[in-house]
Design a protein around this ligand. Structure first.
Ligand code: SIN
Length: 314
């Protein structure tokens, strides 16, 4: 679907919780956006960290064209390119069938040892994607929502002494940091072993646009805080993971076909509760991501790659 002329629309931004998420209405995402509309959406992302749209009609090309108005679009996933539609390497499909293809059926029932899988997308990269845009094609009648949490609010909610303690720390993020021996033999295991992705990021990241400080660890990919003993790292990470999971910082979004979630991975974590596998009805969503910058901590020091290259445009 090509884009021809910029539309002139009146967007409405309706917050959905105290800290996180706003529903934007009054815009057709399949048409080119005016500069004002791009600014309204960007401003809403700065405040609410994730914005949602309903009743959109987007094919793969139109979803990519929408995202390209906010940044360069990456390949769908550093490891999972073989499951992208051949003409659209930018598309990463999320569905039980897609996960079975990548990881094998046993993965579905697994719970990570770090607890529920809050994450930002692919943080083991040296430059994790700045934003993700997820479009629902099919959803079950109930279950299969997605939760988001504002990690700038999580940082602000910590006591000043705890903020001061974590401001200078760094943590290792590794793909499959929660892998079991069984899972590491699944389809992408060889790729992960031959091309490991791992980086050391600041525990507190300064957002490059808002200058806010955010808690930048997540239970899915953060392996340990470096230069601490294993017990110190474990306790500190558990404290931060507990704060991330506080319901007052989060929003829960119920999908409909044509719904879009657009979030800032530098300011929000997300989690898909696995509560729909017994429900009749498929869940198929398509994700694209935008090229991210290298994180920087409050001390001005940037992240370092342990293994893996800069993740650029598709
Ligand atoms: C994702 O982690 O990007 C997908 C979230 C979801 O399935 O709701």
């Amino acid at each position: 679907m090509g884009m021809t002329a910029a539309t002139d629309t009146r967007l409405d931004v309706a917050p959905l919780s105290g800290w996180t998420g706003a529903l934007i209405s009054g815009v057709d995402l399949s048409s080119p956006l005016s500069a004002n509309d791009v600014k309204t959406i960007r401003d809403a992302l700065h405040t609410w960290k994730v914005v949602f749209f309903r009743d959109q009609t987007l094919d793969h090309a139109a979803q990519i064209a929408f995202g390209a108005q906010f940044g360069e679009v990456t390949p769908g996933h550093p490891y999972e390119g073989d499951s992208a539609p051949p003409e659209f390497p930018q598309i990463h499909t999320v569905s039980p069938a897609a996960y079975d293809h990548r990881y094998g059926t046993k993965y579905r029932k697994k719970q990570s040892p770090n607890g529920p899988g809050w994450h930002a997308d692919v943080t083991p990269l040296i430059n994790p994607p700045s934003h993700s845009i997820l479009l629902a094609e099919k959803v079950p009648p109930y279950g299969g929502d997605t939760q988001f949490v504002n990690v700038a609010a999580v940082y602000q909610g910590l006591a000043p002494a705890v903020r001061a303690l974590i401001d200078d720390l760094r943590a290792e993020h590794r793909f499959e940091s929660t892998a079991t021996a069984e899972r590491s033999t699944e389809k992408i295991g060889d790729l992960v072993r031959t091309n490991p992705l791992a980086s050391v990021h600041p525990v507190v990241r300064v957002h490059p646009e808002t200058q806010e400080r955010v808690v930048y660890v997540n239970p899915s990919f953060t392996k340990e805080i470096v230069n601490l003993s294993p017990r110190e790292s474990r306790h500190l990470l558990d404290l931060l993971f507990e704060q991330i999971a506080r319901p007052e910082y989060a929003v829960r979004f119920k999908w409909e076909p044509g719904s879009v979630a657009f979030w800032d991975n530098r300011a929000a974590l997300h989690l898909a509760p696995r509560d729909f596998e017994h429900v009749h009805g498929d869940r198929v969503l398509h994700r694209i991501t935008l090229v991210g910058d290298v994180p920087v901590g409050p001390d001005g020091v940037a992240s370092e790659s342990i293994s893996g290259e800069f993740f650029g445009a598709a």
